[in-house]
Design a binder for this molecule. Structure first.
Ligand code: IYR
Length: 222
């Protein structure tokens, strides 16, 4: 056992209550504006913006601080084309048979189908991997804890950071997406978690007429 050093909490900032109220309400309104977008523009987004969004994602809390995530940010056009081709192949089997009718019915309001042009059009694809276990120098495994939860939280922060920067994103889940390991050169103990499409919305982009549940439906106070 190594002993753990502790440092003063120097990064915490307390706000007067009025300011706290305003900040909480402003952030909630800001997040209400976020919509998942499927119509992307091919307009370039500087790499430094993506880097900062990934820095924000990397601040997520994680089980035993093991930070069991890896992000592959793809802007290379040939790689995006290859990813699109592989994803559409999986999606075709999904939409043309693998998906039960009830699942297709649930997706109907979103208007999705097997065609994924945004995988080539959007300037960035961020493949998010969840590391199932760590590796010591001698090759032995280090157990990781709460991997799915940790990577889910990091992904949420990433989505919020992208929105905060003024960009749109799409949480895309081709299934299965193991093809991302071989295409992006990630080891097999990293499981593809999500493919996040990032960019500007296309001019005239539309979104489905769907709504968020009000607070009363999603929260209970005891
Ligand atoms: N992976 C498919 C299907 C899909 C599934 C769910 I659940 C969604 O919320 C949206 C789509 C696709 O990307 O089209």
């Amino acid at each position: 056992m190594t002993s753990q050093a502790f440092l003063p909490l120097s990064t915490y900032r307390e706000y007067p209550l009025d300011e706290m109220r305003l900040r909480a309400a402003t952030f909630a309104q800001e997040m209400q504006r976020r919509r998942t977008v499927r119509d992307f523009s091919n307009r370039a987004v500087p790499r430094s913006i993506v880097e900062d969004c990934l820095r924000a994602a990397g601040t997520a809390p994680s089980g035993a601080n093991q930070q069991p995530w890896h992000f592959v940010a793809v802007q290379d056009a040939a790689m995006k084309t290859t990813i699109r081709e592989a994803a559409e192949k999986e999606e075709q089997t999904f939409y043309q048979g693998r998906a039960p009718q009830a699942w297709l019915d649930a997706l109907a309001p979103l208007g999705t189908n097997e065609h994924k042009p945004f995988l080539e059009i959007a300037p960035w694809l961020i493949a998010i991997f969840a590391r199932s276990y760590g590796l010591n120098d001698d090759g032995s495994k280090v157990k990781h804890y709460y991997v799915q939860e940790s990577v889910g939280i990091a992904t949420g922060l990433l989505i919020a950071a992208i929105h905060n920067a003024g960009l749109a994103s799409l949480t895309h889940t081709p299934s299965p997406m193991n093809f991302l390991n071989s295409l992006l050169g990630r080891p097999s103990h990293e499981r593809p978690f999500l493919l996040l499409v990032v960019g500007y919305p296309q001019d005239g982009a539309t979104v489905p007429d769907i709504h968020r549940q009000p607070l009363e439906s999603i929260a209970t106070f005891v």
